[in-house]
Design a protein around this ligand. Structure first.
Ligand code: GMT
Length: 375
C-alpha cells in the first residue's frame, strides 16, 4: 500500500506513534509518505520506501496567524495526487482530521477518491478537543473520517461521552518496538549518575501542566529522605523552569538531573529503577510502556488509559491523582524490597510484551484493508 501519514513531528506521543507505525509498515514493504512541518523526531534512519514531505506555510504581513491548515491541505492534495496514495492516516484530530477532510474534497473535485483514517491520541479529545473552540470541528471531522481509531478503551469511551459520534471507533493500542526498547547492561553509565549505587527514579514527559512533574519532585523529596536516590528528568516543556525552581527551593538540585530532550531513551531507562507518571490525564501513557519494555516498574496515577497499561500491584502501582503520599510509599516499597522489585521488573516486561509492535502493527494493516474494502 501507499500510505500518507499526517502527524506532529515532535517528541510528543502522537508523533512518536505515527512515526513508529510508518517505519514499521515500511519495513513490511509499504510505501510511506510522512506529511508534517518538520522531519518527525523519531525518523532517524534512512529507509528507501519512506518519504517526508515538509509543509512550509507562506508568511505574509496580513496574517496574524499563519494559515498552516491551508498549506497542509494543499500539501496533502499534492502528495496524494502525485505519489498516488491509497490511504491517508492522520494522527491527532486537531487540525489534521478536518484538514484531511478538506483535502479529500478537493481531490474528489478532481476525480480522485482517498479514504481517511483518524487516530485519536488523547488531549485532542480530553483536554483541547472538547473545548467549545474546537468541539464542532472535532465532532464533524471524526464523523466524516472513513475509519477512526483510539489508542485505549478509555479514550474510545471518552470520545463517545464528549462528542456526538456516529462512527464506530476501533481501539488499537499503542505499541513498543523491542528491537529498540529493551534492557541492556549500562552499569558504566549508571555509575555516572549514581556513583554510590543510589537508586534512580526517572520521569519522561513534555513538561506540560497535565504531567504534574512537580509531583515527581515531591515524591523524590520524600523518597530521598528515607534512602539515597537520584532523579532523572527527561524532556522539556513549559513547566520545566518552575520545576527547576522547585528543585532549587527544596535544596535538591545536586541530586536531580534535567537532561532535556533525548534520543537514547532506552539507555536511560536501562539504568532506572522506577518510572514515575503522576499525570492528571493520560489516554495511554506511551512513556510508561517504554519504561516497562526496559523492565522498569511504573508508579502512576490511575487516570484515563493508564490502568490498561500499568497493572496495579503487578507491574507497578496506581494511585489517585495528587496522592503523593501513596506514590511515595509505593516507590519505597519497591526500592526497599529487592525481591519484589525484581518480580515487578519481570511483570512489567511481560505486560509490555502484549503491546509488542509485532502484535499491533498487523491490527493497523487489517484495519486499513477493512476501510479500503468498505470505501
Ligand atoms: O503526552 C502528551 O501530552 C502528548 C500527547 C500527544 O498527543 O502527542 O500524548 C497523547 O498521545 C500519546 C500517544 O498516543 C499517549 O500515550 C498519551 O497518553 C497522550 N497524552 C494524553 O492523553 C495527555
Amino acid at each position: 500500500m501507499k500510505i500518507g501519514i499526517v502527524c506532529y513531528p515532535t517528541f510528543g506521543g502522537s508523533g512518536i506513534v505515527a512515526t513508529e507505525i510508518g517505519m514499521g509498515l515500511a519495513t513490511k514493504g509499504h510505501e510511506i509518505h510522512f506529511i508534517s512541518y518538520k522531519r518527525p523526531a523519531r525518523l532517524i534512519s534512512f529507509q528507501e520506501n519512506i518519504y517526508h514531505h515538509e509543509v512550509t506555510p507562506v508568511d505574509y504581513p496580513l496574517f496574524e496567524y499563519t494559515p498552516y491548515e491551508s498549506a497542509l491541505a494543499s500539501k496533502i492534495v499534492d502528495v496524494v495526487k502525485y505519489s498516488k496514495l491509497d490511504l491517508l492516516h492522520v494522527h491527532y484530530a486537531i487540525p489534521h482530521a478536518i484538514v484531511a477532510y478538506l483535502a479529500k474534497n478537493i481531490l474528489r473535485s478532481e476525480g480522485i477518491d482517498i479514504p481517511i483514517i483518524t487516530t485519536l491520541h488523547g488531549s485532542d479529545i480530553t483536554l483541547v478537543g472538547k473545548d467549545g473552540t474546537f468541539s464542532p470541528v472535532v465532532t464533524f471531522s471524526i464523523n466524516e473520517s472513513d475509519g477512526v481509531t483510539a489508542v485505549s478503551q478509555k479514550l474510545m469511551e471518552q470520545t463517545y461521552e464528549n462528542f456526538k459520534i456516529t462512527k464506530p471507533i476501533e481501539v488499537i493500542y499503542n505499541f513498543i518496538d523491542f528491537d529498540r526498547f529493551h534492557w541492556t547492561n549500562k552499569d558504566h553509565f549508571k555509575k555516572m549518575f549514581a556513583p554510590e549505587g543510589e537508586k534512580i527514579l526517572v520521569h519522561i514527559s513534555n513538561f506540560r501542566k497535565v504531567k504534574r512533574a512537580s509531583d515527581v519532585v515531591r515524591i523524590f523529596e520524600k523518597v530521598y529522605d528515607v534512602m539515597p536516590t537520584k532523579l532523572l528528568m527527561i524532556g522539556d516543556g513549559p513547566e520545566r523552569p518552575s520545576i527547576e525552581k522547585l528543585c532549587r527551593d527544596i535544596g535538591l538540585c545536586h541530586e536531580i538531573r534535567f537532561m532535556g530532550k533525548q534520543d537514547a531513551i532506552s539507555e536511560i531507562l536501562a539504568i532506572s529503577d522506577v518510572f514515575i507518571l503522576p499525570s492528571a490525564n493520560e489516554s495511554f501513557g506511551l512513556a510508561a510502556l517504554e519504561a516497562m519494555a526496559c523492565r522498569v516498574p511504573v508508579i502512576s496515577s490511575n487516570v484515563g488509559g493508564i490502568p490498561e497499561v500499568n497493572i496495579d500491584g503487578v507491574t507497578g502501582y496506581l494511585s489517585d491523582v495528587g496522592d503523593i503520599e501513596e506514590m511515595t510509599e509505593n516507590t519505597l516499597r519497591l526500592l526497599k524490597n529487592p525481591e519484589l522489585h525484581e518480580k515487578f521488573r519481570t511483570n512489567a516486561y511481560n505486560q509490555a510484551k502484549i503491546f509488542d509492535i509485532e502484535n499491533i502493527l498487523p491490527q493497523y494493516e487489517a484495519y486499513y484493508e477493512e476501510v479500503l474494502e468498505k470505501f
